[in-house]
Write a protein that binds this ligand. Structure first.
Ligand SMILES: [Mg+2]
Length: 238
């Protein structure tokens, strides 16, 4: 299957209808990854397999999310195509190889979305504003529609502010900024900042544990309410 991209870049992918569907319609959780700077080191417009070097911890990260039933999705700005630095086929070749590397480790990539356009540096038809270009949420919303995602329970990992902005605009539940040069794991506003990809696995484990505790608390609360109801039931009949 060729890489997915919008048939009509002028389409309003961030419409309220689309957002509403993205937020409420899906059932599957996803780990939505930026590519350059998250999956592979960003040496600048990576377009050859020989220049693609994986970042330490990316495969354990994918494995941890795959084990919990998350779909692995890649959403990546690729204005190098629009700028004329490399072609769609170069990108497709790198991604075919990357997908095979993930699949071989038991964490297949469910879908890849890329935006080749750039509003000022694109050449010819590639010079345009696109709802798919981050910080806009088009790629994430399209992934949600295609894969029946529950974005509120999904995670997004990027290395740039625009990755976080796109995830926020798509109402992704957990947003993580990967900053290898930054300080220790920290919470900023509505997103996490981590210096290592392994930190995200720890965050996931904590998140899942908190969720389980929340469920247990709710069940206990319900049982207590039920017991109270039974206790007062006969009095109500008097
Ligand atoms: Mg990046």
């Amino acid at each position: 299957m060729p890489p997915l991209r919008p048939d009509d870049a002028s389409r309003d992918w961030a419409s309220d209808r689309q957002k509403g569907r993205a937020m409420t319609g899906g059932s599957r959780r996803a780990l939505i990854l930026d590519r350059d700077g998250v999956i592979n080191h960003d040496s600048g417009f990576v377009c050859r397999i020989a220049d693609c070097h994986f970042i330490e911890g990316i495969f354990p990260l994918a494995a941890a999310f795959t084990a919990r039933g998350f779909a692995i999705v890649v959403a990546t700005n690729q204005s190098g195509i629009g700028r004329g630095y490399f072609g769609e086929q170069d990108f497709a070749s790198v991604m075919d190889w990357m997908k095979s590397e993930f699949a071989a480790r038991g964490s297949p990539i469910a879908a890849v979305y890329h935006c080749p356009y750039h509003p000022t540096a694109g050449i010819g038809p590639y010079r345009r504003n696109s709802e798919w270009r981050k910080p806009k949420p088009g790629m994430i919303l399209q992934a949600s529609a295609d894969l029946d995602l529950d974005l509120g329970r999904s995670w997004c990992v990027g290395d740039k502010a625009r990755d976080i902005e796109a995830a926020r605009a798509a109402c992704v539940g957990t947003k993580v900024l990967f900053d290898p040069a930054g300080g220790p794991l920290a919470r900023w506003n509505d997103y996490w900042v981590v210096p290592r990809l392994a930190d995200i696995i720890a965050l996931l484990a904590q998140h899942e544990a908190d969720h389980e505790n929340e469920k247990i608390t709710k069940i206990n609360g319900f049982l207590t309410m039920s017991a109270d109801y039974q206790a007062v039931g006969p009095d109500d009949e008097l």
